[in-house]
Design a protein around this ligand. Structure first.
Ligand SMILES: NC(=O)c1ccc[n+]([C@@H]2O[C@H](COP(=O)([O-])OP(=O)(O)OC[C@H]3O[C@@H](n4cnc5c(N)ncnc54)[C@H](OP(=O)(O)O)[C@@H]3O)[C@@H](O)[C@H]2O)c1
Length: 255
């Protein structure tokens, strides 16, 4: 056992949905730990602004990962800048809430495309780069962001979202099995409630109730998201694949 169990310095890390919320927390965590980060969202100015702020070891690569064309363009843009990718974090996601009888077909298409199909397609598109980084001693890592709402029935009527996140949790097992022999691990983080654009309305409406629903008595903080992602990318997690790690202040204990 070396002294560097949690060291990710020098790793090449691609994070989707990286300009806001949990993705930004994760990208900042990897960058502070000395990794090279490739950060992406649909908004070019946001990608450029965050990459500029971080300075060296940060590249902004705008892309829409909800389409296959967008996914392939992103993988190609990363490949122009690095020959190896140690870590892919499939974080970009969206939700849609509506009453059961008003729940539109469009919600299913939009939410499944971004939350469930995109992590699959981007992982496949990045396989050449991940394979180039992967060794038995130091596996490459794929980390998907699921949700506590994929493990329990959500508070809100978010049918496609909850189903997509349960799908993500199963997908990491299916892909983890396939890619283990290639020394690529595939795991998920299942966040509880973190302040973000997606959660802004819910937190404004009912912050006290949300906090009261968390056994550890607070909402998620940047270090909670970044810490879990850095752990799953670190030497300490080399022998973990197909796992779903709840990072939710204990909400999973109530499910
Ligand atoms: N916040 C929570 O409490 C919570 C809890 C459980 C799980 N999660 C999961 O955590 C992940 C991040 O959620 P968040 O709350 O941090 O979200 P957020 O604040 O809404 O941020 C979403 C990020 O994804 C980008 N994005 C959205 N659509 C995209 C697309 N089609 N292609 C590329 N990038 C796209 C956004 O930038 P642009 O709009 O500029 O593209 C933004 O950077 C999601 O998978 C979510 O389901 C969040």
């Amino acid at each position: 056992m070396g002294p560097d169990l949690f060291d990710v310095a020098g790793r090449h890390v691609l994070v989707t949905g990286a300009t806001k919320g949990i993705g930004e927390m994760i990208v900042r965590g990897f960058h502070a730990a000395g990794a090279h980060v490739y950060l992406t969202s649909r908004t070019a100015e946001d990608c450029a602004a965050l990459a500029d702020e971080l300075g060296g070891r940060a590249v902004g690569l705008p892309a829409d990962v909800s389409t296959l064309d967008g996914v392939r363009a992103l993988a190609a843009a990363v490949a122009e800048r690095t020959g190896t990718l140690d870590v892919l974090v499939n974080n970009a996601g969206a939700t849609w809430g509506a009453d059961i009888e008003d729940y539109p077909d469009e919600a299913w298409d939009k939410v499944l495309a971004l939350n469930l199909k995109s992590p699959f397609h981007l992982t496949v598109a990045c396989l050449p780069l991940l394979r180039a980084a992967a060794t038995a001693e130091r596996p490459a890592r794929v980390i998907a962001i699921g949700s506590v709402d994929g493990m329990r029935v959500p508070i809100w009527e978010s049918y496609a979202y909850a189903a997509s996140k349960a799908g993500v949790h199963h997908l990491v097992k299916v892909m983890g099995k396939r890619l283990a022999s290639e020394h690529i691990t595939v795991n998920a983080i299942a966040p509880g409630v973190f302040p973000s654009k997606m959660m802004r309305f819910a937190i404004e409406e009912a912050e006290d109730e949300l906090v009261a629903s968390v056994p550890l008595g607070r909402l998620g903080q940047p270090g909670d998201a970044a810490g879990a992602a850095v752990f799953l990318a670190s030497p300490a997690a080399s022998w973990i694949t197909g796992a779903v790690l709840p990072v939710d202040g204990g909400m999973v204990t109530l499910a």
